[in-house]
Design a protein around this ligand. Structure first.
Ligand code: HEC
Length: 201
């Protein structure tokens, strides 16, 4: 029992729940506040080119259309901006899609030939990363990261409304409960041994 108990504990610890194992994860703030701010970011910085045709709220009962005409966009940017309704779930499972949007908005650079390059876009499209979308949030905006986070949070919420995102939290609670019970039992077993062998009792 003396060897067995720590062994069980050790194996149990190896199975501790993890939020994700992918190397490049960013921790996004997906709170209601972030989603609310993200809607403003979307309306002011993205809605010019991107629609949200499946989005519904009190003001937008039939989704949101991009402000710019498709033809004008193609003529000026050389590409069409995709509808963002389902973007956050089409670029990965769970929160991965939102993390991708965050990285997309924050990983711009200028290529040698002066073209706009984007590291996240390069990875996603398996190309060198030349992108038709100019940086929607100015790269020198001191709030770039926050705005990118909020836009990503909003787009995830738009794609997958109010879904319970606490599954990891629930797993952690169950894990802690079982761990507590296990520690209690091990503690009792350990002391039982010691007490039995104690020469003073
Ligand atoms: C000036 C127009 C314009 C604005 C403003 C704009 N976009 Fe885009 N966006 C585009 C175009 C064009 C593409 C297609 C890029 C390509 O295929 O090279 C695109 C593509 C995307 C994609 C898809 C990338 C992929 O993996 O295929 C996402 C996500 C995106 N934009 C998010 C945003 C967000 C979020 C905002 C606001 C913060 C925004 N965009 C603002 C024009 C715009």
């Amino acid at each position: 029992m003396r060897i067995l108990a720590p062994l069980i504990l050790f194996i149990f610890m190896l199975t501790a729940p993890r939020a994700g194992s992918s190397a490049e994860r960013v921790r996004l703030d997906l709170s209601r506040e972030a989603v609310g701010r993200g809607k403003e970011v979307y309306l002011s910085q993205c809605a010019l080119c991107h629609g949200l045709k499946y989005y519904r709220d009190a003001e937008h009962r039939e989704g949101i259309k991009p402000q710019m005409e498709t033809e004008a966009m193609k003529a000026s940017l050389g590409a069409e901006a995709p509808d963002l309704s389902l973007m956050a779930i089409s670029r990965g499972k769970g929160t991965e899609g939102a993390e991708y949007i965050y990285r997309l908005l924050t990983s711009y650079s200028v290529g040698e030939d002066g073209r706009m390059m984007n590291a996240a876009f390069a990875e996603e499209t398996q190309t060198e990363g030349a992108i038709a979308m100019p940086p929607p949030i100015p790269l020198d905006d001191p709030e770039l990261k926050k705005k990118a986070n909020d836009a990503a949070a909003f787009l995830l919420e738009a794609a997958e409304p109010a879904k319970e995102r606490s599954s990891v939290g629930a797993k952690v609670i169950v894990y802690m409960a079982v761990l507590t019970a296990l520690l209690y039992i091990i503690n009792r077993l350990t002391w039982m041994d010691v007490k039995k062998r104690s020469p003073w009792k």
